[in-house]
Design a protein around this ligand. Structure first.
Ligand code: HEC
Ligand code: HEC
Length: 363
């Protein structure tokens, strides 16, 4: 399924079908060729669908490229997309998931801290939902183990959507279209579990492949400017990579914020949100520990850090140098690193709010 802007989602069914057909074809071919004494592997025409790029064509680096497409359940996805855009999920019907996770703003809101129902300010910066399937846990403090589990947070937080599950269930059950769509997909219809399943499935479709850096990883020598390549070399040489790594360039570990200096003492006004992982475990060693954020599409999601205090990528990079590595980065290093970070912007699904709304409506 092509859902716009060169963004492809393969449904399980079309894959299974393609698989069955190609298996049959391959078997048929094998029989024919064996009978004729031919060599199957040399017959290019019958090479199975190229599902992924051969690993040998990917550079051996501590960051791996995003796949160009992912398998998702198309029916769940469209139901999840509808819910993601539906303000009725909030108590006052004034906020939807998309209000804070705007796909045209890199899956976030470009505010220092989020703003929820009745324009109430939250206490922490909104992270992106893009590529969130690749984070090892969800939230800055990692308190949710899965995308499904994460959904309770915003739905019931008084600073976000302020709703209650019974209320949301009542509203959706009263809606003919939802009732029908849910019962087409689930024998038990509209339930809390099924709502979570479909929203999470939608989020799992929000990947952003083919960034210039991913194309570079796939050995496209023209994908990156010399400055971005220099920035990547610095990213590795300075040790940024020890925390921001893997397929999401982050999102796979917790780390202290302030390894080499006391960021919080320097900033002042410490709030509960600054305690990070400590709020979950109560362990002193977890105070000020956060999930290392993914740096994919980071150029789109200013301001930065859990407190939204870094206005620009340059600011964020200098803060990282100072508090995470104990070095003062010079202007040239900062510019190179920023050029590399900008090369992590991929192709976005449903790039504009409008196209997302249109799709939600015509389903
Ligand atoms: C009022 C703004 C707001 C709304 C509405 C909202 N979110 Fe969020 N979202 C946030 C903030 C802020 C965080 C970070 C909270 C934290 O880490 O403590 C977050 C975190 C997340 C994360 C975790 C990302 C990561 O990298 O850790 C996901 C996934 C997510 N939200 C999905 C949703 C879904 C689905 C909905 C609708 C049911 C939703 N959000 C509604 C502001 C919002
Ligand atoms: C010791 C681990 C560690 C190292 C080394 C490190 N970072 Fe980070 N980085 C983090 C953590 C943790 C955060 C989140 C801090 C917070 O907001 O609480 C972060 C946040 C960021 C952000 C802001 C992301 C956002 O969405 O708000 C950027 C940009 C960033 N790092 C880039 C870099 C660069 C460039 C380097 C190397 C100069 C680097 N980091 C080195 C752990 C690290």
């Amino acid at each position: 399924m092509n859902i716009g802007n060169g963004f492809y989602i393969e449904t399980r069914w079309s894959w299974i079908l393609a698989e069955i057909i190609s298996c049959h074809l391959a078997l048929l071919l094998l029989i024919t060729l064996t009978a004729c004494g031919g060599d199957v592997s040399q017959n290019k025409q019958f090479t199975p669908l190229a599902r992924s790029v051969k690993s040998s064509s990917i550079r051996n680096e501590p960051i791996s490229p995003l796949p160009e497409s992912v398998e998702v359940n198309e029916h769940w996805l469209s139901l999840g997309r509808k819910l993601f855009h539906d303000k009725r999920l909030s108590a006052n019907a004034d906020v939807a998931c998309v209000s804070c996770h705007d796909l045209s703003r890199g899956g976030a809101d470009n505010k220092a801290v989020s703003q929820g129902m009745d324009l109430q300010s939250g206490n922490i910066n909104t992270p992106t939902v893009l590529n969130s399937r690749y984070n090892f846990r969800q939230f800055w403090d990692g308190r949710a183990a899965s995308l499904e589990q994460q959904i309770d947070g915003p739905m019931t937080s008084p600073f976000e959507m302020g709703g209650t599950w019974p209320d949301v269930l009542r509203k959706l059950k009263a809606d003919k279209s939802y009732k029908q769509l849910f019962s087409q997909n689930f024998p038990d219809g509209v339930t809390k579990k099924n709502i979570k399943l479909v929203i999470a499935e939608y989020e799992r479709s929000l990947i952003t492949p083919n960034s210039p850096f991913d194309r570079y990883l796939r050995r496209d020598d023209t994908a990156l400017s010399p400055q971005a390549i220099a920035g990547y070399q610095r990213f590795k040489a300075l040790g940024c990579i020890s925390c921001h790594q893997g397929i999401n360039v982050g999102g796979n570990m917790f780390q202290h914020f302030g390894v080499m200096g006391d960021y919080f003492a320097d900033r002042g006004n410490i709030t509960e949100a600054d305690y990070g992982r400590f709020n979950v475990t109560g362990l002193e060693e977890d105070r000020h520990k956060f999930k290392v954020p993914s740096l994919r599409n980071v150029a789109l999601t200013a301001p930065y850090l859990h407190d939204g205090q870094a206005q620009t990528l340059e600011d964020a990079v200098r803060i990282m140098g100072k508090y995470q590595l104990g070095i003062e980065l010079n202007d040239e290093s900062v510019a190179d690193l920023v050029a590399f970070l900008i090369s992590l912007t991929g192709q976005m699904a449903l790039i504009s709010e409008q196209s997302a709304q249109e799709m939600a409506i015509d389903e």
